[in-house]
Design a protein around this ligand. Structure first.
Ligand code: SAM
Length: 322
């Protein structure tokens, strides 16, 4: 019989290595839109009819979701918990189902991690669903865009560029402040952006510019360039080059604002930042999560001054001036 300490250690290890089981159960329930059907109490028979699924499989999945705290069970009936009602029902303003659908993209690229370790090359697969990725970014940004934009020095800003701005969440927030906004992203992403921004009263205030910002010009005469969650997908060399190009597009006195996941200088904490580096390892050629020292260094190198940083939960926002 293992000692209490040993049992606790084993439990910790088990929770770590078996995390994929809970992930897969949530991802499948999300794909099937189980939570949309469980706003009220429903039996397995009713649910399997709605979902066109196998009864035994449905019951096992629902019991596991209940054990995970995402459903309640009374006799043979199930219903969402408040957590699921808030984040997993598609009509909720806090809906996170698109980012969970994007986890499906990650599931396949992460599954090649063994080979990635040998080759150093990413494992982005054919299964990549661009719509889930971009709308997933919207799920995340919707919960924080107001808070982030509040931190920007907008007093003298008239023209703003949201570089790599798909799905448009931050552009919408900037347009709400009365700015003239240009959103630059890849053409295939802009098709998705159009639908997101035209769902709001600000669609006409946001100009869409298609291209690859590593190759194409993204215009001139901006007072602010907002670059959110972009640098982690690129190498140090590419990032310095991009920040230098950004500097050249700015009007005198203009600003750059960079948002990135926060990672401490040892690159080992917080866990989310450290694991996100692995996400970039399996999905990009040269990206990873970067530390404050690295990002501040690049901004300086690109010619920005008066660099300030704000920690905003899991991200940090860096603001530099020219
Ligand atoms: C992780 S998403 C972040 C989206 C948004 N800025 C946010 O914070 O919610 C990165 C975005 O940058 C865009 N992007 C990445 N590389 C790009 C490139 N070379 N040219 C144009 N857009 C690019 C992607 O298409 C995607 O929309």
């Amino acid at each position: 019989m293992p000692s209490k300490n040993l049992e606790e250690e084993l439990q910790h290890l088990r929770t770590l290595w078996s995390g994929f089981m809970a992930s897969r159960v949530i991802m499948t329930a999300n794909n099937l839109r189980v939570f949309d059907h469980l706003v009220g109490w429903r039996s397995v028979d009713e649910l399997k009819e709605k979902l066109k699924t196998d009864k035994r499989a449905t019951e096992i999945l629902l019991d596991a979701l209940t054990a995970l705290g995402l459903l309640k069970k009374k006799k043979d009936r199930y219903k969402n918990t408040p957590l699921s009602d808030r984040f997993l029902v598609s009509s909720s303003p806090y809906y996170q189902g698109n980012i969970i659908a994007h986890a499906e993209n990650l599931w396949w690229s992460w599954s090649g991690l063994d080979d990635v370790l040998k080759t150093g090359k990413p494992n982005r697969t054919e299964r990549w669903d661009l719509r889930a990725f971009i709308l997933g970014m919207h799920d995340i940004a919707s919960l924080r865009s107001e808070e982030v934009i509040k931190r920007l020095p907008l007093r003298r800003v008239k023209k703003a560029l949201d570089l790599g701005g798909g799905p448009g969440t931050y552009s919408i927030e900037l347009a709400k402040k009365g700015l003239e906004v240009t959103l630059f992203d890849r053409p295939e992403v802009l098709e998705i952006v159009e639908r997101v921004i035209n769902d709001t009263p600000y669609g006409n205030n946001i100009k869409l510019k298609p291209g690859d910002f590593m190759v194409d010009s993204f215009g001139r005469g901006y007072d602010l360039v907002f670059l959110s969650q972009v640098l982690h997908a690129y190498s140090e060399k590419d990032n310095i080059r991009l920040l230098r190009s950004i500097r050249k597009t700015l009007n005198p006195g203009g600003y750059v604002a960079v948002q990135e996941f926060y990672l401490n200088e040892t690159r080992t904490s917080p866990l989310r930042g450290a694991l996100f580096s692995v996400n970039m390892l399996v999905n990009t050629q040269g990206g990873r999560t970067y530390t404050s020292k690295e990002i501040r260094g690049w901004l300086k190198d690109a010619g920005f001054i008066s660099i300030r940083a704000h920690r905003l939960g899991e991200t940090a926002l860096y603001i530099g001036k020219i």
